[in-house]
Design a protein around this ligand. Structure first.
Ligand code: SAT
Ligand code: MN
Length: 605
């Protein structure tokens, strides 16, 4: 296919887009180029194509209308952090938490992989916008991909299609160039496989050029390039340059029985319950939670000095196992409306899906590996990182403000991780710099959301370890400067939570899920000066009686254990934090060393 041939069929006058699409087509040699419109007919065609290749199985429309099941290749189930690169011009700008390669060297290497890689396939061109199309400065992207699965998923997860392309034309807009290939070309007459992918995988960001090149994986954050690659890695670089924040945070709206509204953002690592908290159904009477986002928040200080947040996404990409009527009834209602894609869960005989933790296990099912499964089977029916992908607009408790391009003013930021010991249920930072310290030292046991060992404690600063698109020391400085350059009194208060602390028998000390509303209530009452806290070496912990435990089936001792600050456990953290900070050398802002010194001194040296 020549550039001239393809150019005639481009439904755009934006020369930058035409050049980009032509360049990728010449390199990758697809059989066809298809420009996505985002129409319903297009969705039908895509899902039919995916059914014809065996990638999708349609679910029973009486149970899950317009919904599809997919099982990936078992080698392609999660983000591949060791194959993910930040290819900044200067190596220092990627350090020390990212993989790096000199950009030209990476491009040479990847051009080799991309050469002819779309042969036998359709190249889909997806014009998309992260955030609102009518935002002051819409954040455009074009993803070209040879995966119909990715195209269908991008339709759920982002605002995309003809409207977006028309607006890009009108504005001759800048856009993020995002190239994706599964790396599985088809020779003449060669049949496709259910889940094309490649053993070789690269997920690469070129931050200066605002460009993303992804190869070899069809899965989630590796392939839906608007999500982690753009809205976090590339956007964090834009945010550094322009003075805002791109964060791995949910956004929720909390209303008290008296009608007081607060907006809360919370950063937890992947698969630590962001989606459940974002859609929480409070157990305490009169309180309501509405959802604004479950994964990503873009936050800017407004003219009023407050930190305003928008969710740049359009769908939910939630961890399936463990989701049920108890842990997340709102997610269940959302996905039961249909229009969803389920990946790597089990398929039941009546054409529904099932996963571990869901009510009513089926007598028989097909596991995510395509094998017969019964409740007696030793293997799990679903991969631990299996996902549902569903439109956020279907969420009954979506806050009306979701549609406001200005977003919402954040009152509190929560940081949290998964820690069996040491970290109390909730405590409050002394100020913004201390809050930044808490975020910078956030630690969590690893989960199945990324390939690698599960359950190992690692530092995951602001839950952004895999997503900071530039030097992490600079990222901490950027956080500190947001506090310095603005009126601290108007910025959100920072809290730290840990739902996952265990007792001596290994049981969870705190019931979590809907009961977490008690912690949200404490946070807002604390901000309004309605409840007391006690000062401890690590920050302010709820004073006895200040957490609402009415109707909670929990002993005083268990609550005290959940809230306890154990000086010895914290003393043991100090050398770990010290070691973590040393990784950043001179790039670590001095304020964070001062914070560590302060903590050490308060713990008694
Ligand atoms: O696969 S994703 O990166 O989109 C999900 C996650 O790990 O948070
Ligand atoms: Mn995430």
């Amino acid at each position: 296919m020549t550039a001239t041939q393809t150019a005639i069929t481009h439904p755009t006058t934006h020369q930058g887009i035409i050049d980009f699409v032509n360049e990728v087509a010449e390199l990758t040699q697809p059989d066809r180029i298809y420009w996505c419109t985002g129409s319903d007919e297009e969705w039908t065609e895509l899902t039919e194509t995916l059914m014809s290749t065996g990638t999708f199985t349609q679910l029973n429309p009486a149970i899950k209308p317009n919904s599809f099941y997919a099982a990936s290749d078992p080698i392609d189930v999660a983000r591949v952090e060791d194959r993910t690169y930040i290819c900044s011009v200067d190596e220092r700008d990627a350090g020390p938490t990212n993989n790096w390669m000199q950009p030209d060297k990476m491009k040479d290497l990847m051009r080799g992989l991309y050469a002819g890689c779309m042969r036998g396939r359709t190249m889909y061109v997806i014009p998309f916008v992260m955030g609102h199309l009518d935002a002051e400065k819409p954040m455009f992207g074009i993803e070209v991909t040879d995966s119909a699965y990715v195209t269908a998923s991008m339709r759920v997860m982002s605002r995309m299609g003809s409207d977006v392309l028309a607006r890009m034309d009108e504005l001759t807009a800048d856009f993020v160039q995002a190239v994706h290939s599964v790396g599985h070309p088809l020779a003449e007459g060669q049949a496709d496989v259910k889940w094309p992918c490649n053993d070789t995988k690269y997920i690469v960001q070129f931050p200066e050029e605002r460009t993303i090149w992804s190869y070899g994986s069809g899965y989630g954050g590796n392939a839906l390039l608007g999500k982690k690659c753009y809205a976090l890695r590339i956007a964090s670089v834009m945010a550094r340059d322009e003075g805002w924040l791109a964060e791995h945070m949910l956004i929720l709206k909390l209303t008290s029985p008296e009608g007081t509204v607060k907006y809360i953002a919370a950063a937890f690592p992947s698969a630590c319950g962001k989606t459940n908290l974002a859609m929480l159904q409070p157990t305490i009477p009169g309180w309501t939670v509405e959802t604004l986002g479950d994964d990503i928040a873009w936050m800017r200080v407004g003219a009023d000095g407050r930190l305003w947040a928008v969710n740049p996404e359009f769908g939910l990409f939630g961890v399936a196992p463990g989701t049920n009527e108890h842990t997340n009834p709102n997610a269940m209602r959302t996905i039961n409306k249909g229009n969803s894609v389920f990946t790597n869960v089990a398929l039941t005989e009546d054409g529904d899906i099932w996963w571990e933790g869901l009510e009513n296990p089926p007598a028989k099912a097909t596991s995510w590996k395509g094998e017969p499964w019964t409740p007696e089977s030793e293997e799990l029916s679903s991969h631990a990182n299996s996902r549902y992908c569903t439109p956020i607009k279907q969420c009954d408790i979506l806050a009306a403000e979701y549609d406001d391009p200005r977003g919402v003013p954040i009152d509190a930021i929560l940081f949290g991780g998964r820690r069996k010991t040491t970290v109390p249920l909730v405590f409050e930072a002394r100020d913004w710099a201390h809050g930044t310290f808490l975020g910078a030292t956030l630690s969590s046991e690893t989960t199945a959301a990324a390939v690698g060992q599960v359950g190992v404690v690692r530092r995951d600063p602001m839950a952004m370890l895999p997503f900071i698109g530039y030097n992490a020391g600079d990222y901490f400085s950027h956080w500190i400067s947001i506090g310095k350059d603005n009126d601290a009194a108007k910025l959100p208060k920072i809290f730290y939570v840990n739902w996952f602390r265990r007792d001596d028998e290994g049981g969870f000390l705190w019931p979590g899920f809907g009961e977490n509303s008690r912690i949200l209530k404490y946070v807002v009452e604390r901000m309004d000066g309605l409840v007391a806290a006690v000062e401890t070496p690590i920050g302010h912990v709820p004073a006895p009686g200040s957490l609402d435990t009415d109707g909670l089936d929990m002993t005083e001792e268990a609550l005290a254990a959940a809230l306890r600050v154990d000086v010895d456990e914290w003393k043991a953290e100090i050398p770990q934090i010290q070691e973590w900070f040393e990784k950043f050398g001179d790039d670590l802002p001095a304020v964070l060393w001062t914070e560590l010194d302060g903590l050490r001194a308060r713990l008694g040296g």
